[in-house]
Design a protein around this ligand. Structure first.
Ligand SMILES: *Cc1c(COP(=O)(O)O)cnc(C)c1O
Length: 408
């Protein structure tokens, strides 16, 4: 037997079925008209933002990293809850604009911004998190052509990283950001050429569950920002301190101690160096905001046995849930939190392999999991599916098409 990851708080059973947002899984599938289906819970999104507001100093703004879940209804729900939006493409810009988000609240990071994307961003008044000298020059030229000063912050490639981070995005040679020692000269050039100076963006990593690691990274970020601001000779209108707050996916993962992160940050904010005293401060979070709010529901299409092993073959799979299948940034495949949604909370009685419908051995949702007995027609739930699910999986692979998505 292999354990499954911890099911997030806030999911309960109604009439023996998993309920999300007060609705039974079978009702949600009926509403959506089909499986597989991603269900996103408003109550979870609201609760998570409220926890962050309660734990973090008021001075710290919260940005939503749209790439974690770009479903239009989710972006729309987040719009009044958070302070800013971090986007990584003009496609994401279009989604933010479609739900009426003021471009002044949006910043655009990403190492390969095309000219047409820069033009859309500069034209709309979005802040560019500039990733290189070359990109800075292209943005200036586009600003000149449009007769509009580009709003520019510089994304710094710091020499340190967020320890225990699931995905390393700082430290050493990277395609992201500008090496710290080259930032002051670039900043002075951009300001001298008439860009609207917006400050710095320092992202150090992702999916950290250790409060100590996050506290240390935030200390390093503030110190680096202070040194760079002094070297640049201009204050920082804004400092995006990065994020990296992780969620528990696997057996043994402990949730991040948010209270400790907030307390340490409050101390630092109370004793900021003078060069940062007037800077607007924010963090940017993706999965921490939306990950636990999502559940992926799929249906058991076949129940079969091979060499004594029971397989529940579902209509879902890695084409919607690449991460849960273990093929997205993990070395050892471990089980995501999962359950038989049609018999939620029932006693487990058998060991099963839950797999997807794709013709590849990579398509696994849960290995050797101890579950209540499920038959053809029952629903399977995979939790922690609110981030990097629908939009981060190869939906065209094998032609089954995308999953439905529902915000409840
Ligand atoms: C992906 C990304 C994020 C969001 O990461 P999460 O792990 O989902 O919080 C934030 N900032 C930047 C620059 C990113 O690339």
């Amino acid at each position: 037997m292999k354990p499954v990851g911890p099911i997030p708080a806030g999911y309960n059973a109604i009439g023996g079925e998993l309920a999300i947002g007060g609705k039974r899984a079978s009702k949600l599938v009926e509403e959506a008209g089909r499986t597989p289906l991603f269900v996103y819970s408003r109550a979870h999104l609201d609760a998570r933002v409220a926890q962050l507001r309660a734990a973090l100093p008021r001075r710290i703004g919260i940005n939503y990293a749209v790439k974690a879940n770009p479903h239009l209804a989710v972006i729309g729900h987040m719009a009044p809850l958070v302070d800013g939006f971090d986007i990584a493409s003009s496609g994401e810009l279009g989604l933010c604009i479609a739900v009426g988000i003021d471009p002044a609240r949006i910043s655009f990071a990403g190492p390969g911004k095309r000219d047409d994307e820069l033009e859309a961003a500069v034209g709309a008044g979005v802040t560019l998190n500039c990733e290189s000298e070359g990109e800075g020059l292209r943005a200036l030229a586009i600003g000149q052509r449009l007769g509009k000063a580009p709003r520019i912050a510089i994304r710094v490639n710091p020499s340190f990283e967020l320890k225990g981070s699931g995905m390393k995005m700082g430290g050493g040679a990277k395609p992201f950001g500008v090496d710290a020692d080259r930032v002051p000269a670039l900043a002075r050039m951009l300001i001298g050429e008439g860009a609207e100076w917006r400050g710095l963006h320092i992202f150090t990593g992702s999916q950290a569950l250790s409060a100590d690691a996050i506290i240390e990274a935030q200390g390093n970020v503030l110190e680096l920002a202070e040194n760079l601001a002094n070297d640049i000779g201009f204050g920082l209108p804004k400092l995006n301190m990065g994020g990296g707050f992780g969620i528990p996916y696997f057996p043994g993962d402990e949730p991040l101690d948010l209270a400790r992160v907030g307390a340490a940050l409050a101390e630092r904010v109370d004793s900021l160096p003078s060069v940062l005293a007037d800077s607007e401060l924010c963090i940017e979070l993706g999965r921490y905001l939306v990950g636990e709010a999502g559940v992926y529901l799929c249906r058991v299409i076949d129940r079969k046995e091979s060499h004594g092993v029971v397989y529940l073959v579902t209509d879902g799979g890695l084409h919607h849930q690449l991460a849960a299948s273990g093929n997205f940034g993990t070395v050892v495949r471990r089980n995501y939190p999962s359950a038989i949604a049609s018999h939620y909370g029932a006693e487990p009685t058998e060991e099963v392999n839950i797999v997807g419908c794709l013709c590849t051995p990579l398509d696994r949702l849960a290995d050797n999991a101890f579950m209540p007995r499920a038959e053809v027609g029952d629903l399977v739930a995979v939790f922690c599916a609110g981030a990097y699910g629908a939009s981060a999986s190869p939906a065209a692979f094998l032609g089954h098409g995308p999953a439905a998505e529902l915000l409840v």
